[in-house]
Design a protein around this ligand. Sequence first.
Ligand code: FNR
Length: 342
Amino acid sequence: MSRAERKVDHIRHALGHEREFHNHFDDVEIVHQSLARMDFNQLSIATQVGELKLSSPLFVNAMTGGGGKETEAINRDLALAAKETGISMAVGSQMSAIKDTEERSTYEVVRTVNPEGIIFANVGSEATLPQAREAISMIKADALQIHINTLQELIMPEGDRDFTKRLHNIQRIVDALDIPVIVKEVGYGMSKETARTLLSMGVRYLDVAGRGGTNFSKVENMRRNRPFASYDNWGIPTPSSVCEVSMIQDDFHVLASGGIRNGLDGAKALILGAKGFGMAGGLLKVLVKEGEEAVIDEINHIHKEVKMCMMLLNAPSPLELRGKPHVLFGQTKEWVEQRGMN
Ligand code: FNR
């Protein structure tokens, strides 16, 4: 199978795998407040995540690139939708384009169609500082995502096995760059122990990318003759992960992703302590099934849902949703109690 075919195969599996029966955001219930006193039409969802001034807490999370015409078209359409709606967007891992210059156009298109937008570059934790710089300059990125995906690599037959240089690489990149460096998972979530280690290294931006949405154990297992199915439910569910990392320190900028289905899930993530929220598989599914206009509609709808929640809770900005009254049920409640976060 060629690299281009593998990328497309990946997307097919990422969209096609069975979702978890239970969505962990359903464990979070917001306490309704009757006395709304703001003007919906005056409400703005503009926000700030550390140094990043954003017109919305929602961003398109890292997905694709490399692999030819098909991924280039996906990136162009996502970038056009991001431009039209003013949201930020991450590109997929640029590691292959760093090694093979022919693949660059599939990423560069994101900047070409959206010259003024906020765009995040993306590399793996195996990237060296020069490689990180190259990824950034390829798309004139405003921030860099470094993804960590140990379990995905372990399930992939051709995946990495040696992670001894990971912390050193991240440290060098964080020390040297003057744009935000966001360390992210890929659907397994982050613990408070992980967050503390990253914080001690100077990392200030995290995307928990928790369990509950796109599931890379299932994606990679679908490509194996002998799957590691016992790892299909590995990972920290997104709401629990946001609680884990949000309790650590106030100047940590937490982003939430993984299984966010709509604006209300996004608002719940903000209530639990995130400053922004990303969507990957959900938006890709809309694009593939219904096209770019439908993605624009979907993003606008999500924005309205966030605003409705702000309105109901008298939160004049997305950041002011943080800590609004809510009740945790089920697995999330047990998680938070047993991990000493209540
Ligand atoms: C991803 N994701 C991802 N993340 C990353 O850091 N680099 C990457 O190259 C990719 N590639 C990728 C491809 C596809 C097809 C999907 C659907 C996802 C992970 C993504 O950014 C996100 O962390 C998770 O998918 C969880 O979010 P959702 O999909 O549940 O909204």
